[in-house]
Write a protein that binds this ligand. Structure first.
Ligand code: GAL
Length: 665
């Protein structure tokens, strides 16, 4: 892509053809370069089995092409037609408790179902043959957001598929018995044929079985993506194939995006602001950093976000003036090659008619439309940042398998939430103006001076070796409590916890001591500093580590709360209780000092400063989420205003500025 992309989902089938001319005229006015088309159109494209109607789509694609607008063409396989389900009712998914879901929404799919696989291959082949050489088609958009609304099915076809998956993953059923610990509660299996999906049980089911089922369900969805991708590669070579991820939405935790990132030609992501009272731009930054990391640092593309409010939360506030641009360009700062929305024209009918769009019900005489046009112009000015890469200061370890394992039942405290820890550590780093990459726990970490582990309950032997080597070779590691506890089968590592990290942290934990709801403990640190913590405490026994913060009250009073261990040429910190993002500040500041990182001083925490660099130059994005003007020390030419900023750039309250530096820092 020589320029950045701008546009959104376009659903012309919801409108009479007379509206399409106005659509493309307004798209041009707004600076739209690409739209996603046909994502939910199966029932219109194949109105009866084997009978196709491509006429309307031909006209849409030609019209867009004639107006210089590229097409991200959907395979509509997330929404099979009614006739399909009438012929194959067993393609509807079954929940854990045996309920078969009904037609009438979207995404009601059993991904093991052979009839679904065959029918979705056929429509994909038809589209690939018909549009694979059309000059408008820039990208294939397979399916839609795999994993939502249904991430796993528990039907008989899935049971058979699960048994095949187990037989490939394990040498014998005895290996399964061992890995799952079926000696516990008499769950032993005599053959693979006896094993079922983890359906609803009277009390807690086997945790290792549940963990494997999540792996199986993720792999099954990926099989279906790969099947469609391979058809597209074969019949329409040269066009990149993607599927839209939702990397950091806690509602979509069912896919291991590290694995998915390796399968797509271009990583794309959807992101929506979750209005849960927290600072939404911090979660946005996290999603963008995670998406870039899943893409291996390479450019990626924001395929959906919203111009203003969504319609699927309990309360859906409108975005404030300027917030849309801060959101869109926040993604671009962190590596997106543009900004696309759900959706182009706000629907009049159906479930999403109150979801904002680029062209709202209010029409062009509206704030949203004016801001959309301004953003389109800004995106055009940012063409020079295309293909540059975001620069990170530190890494945060992230593993979906560990998150799945941590989320299982009967842990020491249901208040310990892996995702909350990741959010809070991320927020603390954000507040120090540190840009982070996320990394898989077994990835090469040697490029990072600082590596943070917010919640890694499950850690393999390979992870243990990786972190040990990282610190031995001079790295600085920060590990939060209840990490390194179990192996890949949810079995506790032998000996005292945290088995995977005892040596590198220089300590053992004799006993966990979770706190009651509403209970807190005080901890004291260097120079009389005090902090309050909650949710968790534990009996830490230093075995080489020094105590930096100490519990002042509660059962663990007098014991170490935060420790520091010199190990090889590096340092490993351990935080044994739950500190808020603000509370983590002093601990991360001390660890950053060990790592030789100098956090950007003198800026309010809600001023985001992120750098992209590459062949076309080094670009500093300054995003001001505060109401007041700030001065950011970046000297060069500001791309959005065209002004020179010889002594740093002034960023008005709520604004975004992008400076191409005169010289690399
Ligand atoms: C996305 C989905 C879109 C639309 C949007 C609304 O998750 O891909 O089709 O439903 O949410 O926010």
């Amino acid at each position: 892509m020589a320029r950045l992309a701008f546009g959104g989902d376009y659903n012309p089938e919801q409108w009479p053809e007379s509206v399409w001319q106005e659509d493309v005229r307004l798209m041009r006015e707004a600076g739209v370069t690409m739209v996603s088309v046909g994502i939910f159109s199966w029932a219109l494209l194949e109105p009866a089995p084997g009978s196709y109607d491509f006429g309307w789509l031909d006209r849409v694609v030609d019209l867009l092409h004639d107006n210089g607008i590229g097409v991200d063409l959907g395979t509509p396989t997330v929404a099979p037609p009614k006739w399909f389900y009438d012929r194959h009712p067993d393609a509807l998914p079954v929940t854990e408790d045996g309920t078969r879901l009904a037609f009438g929404s979207r995404g009601a799919i059993c991904h093991s179902n052979q009839a679904y696989r065959d029918a979705s291959s056929r429509i994909t082949e038809q589209l690939a043959r018909r549009y694979g050489t059309h000059p408008a088609v820039r990208m294939w958009h397979v399916h839609n957001e795999y994993g939502v609304p249904v991430s796993a099915c528990y039907c008989e076809s899935c049971a058979a598929h699960f048994r095949r998956w187990l037989a490939a993953a394990y040498e014998s059923v005895e290996d399964v018995n061992h890995a799952w610990g079926t000696a516990f509660w008499g769950q032993r299996y005599g053959s693979f044929a006896e094993i079922d999906p983890p359906r609803l049980t009277p009390t807690v089911g086997n945790p290792a079985q549940k963990l494997d089922y999540r792996r199986f369900a993720d792999a099954t969805l990926r099989e279906n993506f790969v099947r469609e991708r391979d058809i597209l590669h074969r019949l329409a070579p040269g066009i990149p194939v993607t599927t839209n991820f939702m990397t950091a939405l806690s509602q979509c935790d069912s896919l291991d995006y590290w694995a998915w990132g390796r399968e797509v030609d271009l990583v794309t992501n959807d992101h929506y602001l979750i209005t849960d009272g927290r600072r939404t731009h911090v979660n946005l930054a996290m999603a963008a950093d995670l998406t870039r990391s899943v893409a291996g640092g390479a450019p990626w593309l924001l395929l959906e976000h919203s111009t203003s409010g969504v319609n699927w939360q309990a309360r859906n506030p409108a975005k404030a003036p300027g917030q849309m641009a801060r959101n869109s360009l926040g993604h671009v700062a962190r590596g997106s090659e543009g900004a696309l929305f759900f959706q182009w024209r706000q629907s009049r009918r159906g479930a999403e008619k109150f979801h904002s769009a680029m062209l709202p019900h209010a029409g062009t005489d509206s704030r949203v439309w004016r801001e959309v046009c301004e953003l389109g112009a800004a995106v055009r000015e940012l063409a020079p940042v295309a293909q540059t890469r975001t620069v990170a200061d530190a890494a945060v370890l992230w593993d979906w398998h560990a998150w799945w394992a941590q989320s299982l039942e009967w842990r020491p405290s249901e208040d310990h939430d892996a995702r909350e820890r990741a959010d809070s550590f991320y927020e603390a780093l954000y507040d120090h103006h540190l840009t982070v990459d996320f990394a898989h726990p077994e990835a090469d970490l040697s490029a990072y001076p600082l590596v943070v582990v917010p919640a890694l309950y499950l850690a393999t032997e390979a992870t243990a070796r990786n972190l040990r080597a990282y610190v031995e070779n001079g790295g600085t590691l920060v590990v939060s409590y209840f990490s390194g506890i179990v192996d890949e089968h949810d079995a506790v590592h032998p000996g005292a916890c945290p088995g995977a990290f005892r040596d590198v942290l220089g300590l053992t934990v004799e006993e966990f001591s979770p706190l009651l709801a509403g209970e807190s403990v005080r901890i004291s640190g260097p120079e009389g500093a005090e902090l309050t913590a909650d949710v968790w405490s534990e009996f830490v026994v230093p075995r080489g580590a020094e105590t930096v913060w100490t519990y002042e009250d509660g059962l663990t009073a007098g014991r170490p709360a935060v420790t520091r261990h010199s190990f090889g040429r590096g340092t490993a910190w351990y935080v044994s209780t739950r500190l808020s993002a603000a509370g983590l500040g002093p601990v991360l500041a001390a660890a950053s000092a060990d790592a030789g990182i100098d956090p950007r001083p003198g800026l309010p925490r809600d001023v985001e400063v992120v750098t992209r660099t590459g062949a076309t130059g080094t670009f500093v994005f300054a995003i001001n989420h505060t109401p007041d003007e700030v001065k950011v020390p970046a000297r060069g030419v500001e791309l959005l205003t065209g002004e020179r900023a010889p002594a740093g750039v002034a960023v008005p309250g709520g604004a975004v500025r992008v400076v191409r530096l005169d010289e690399a820092p």
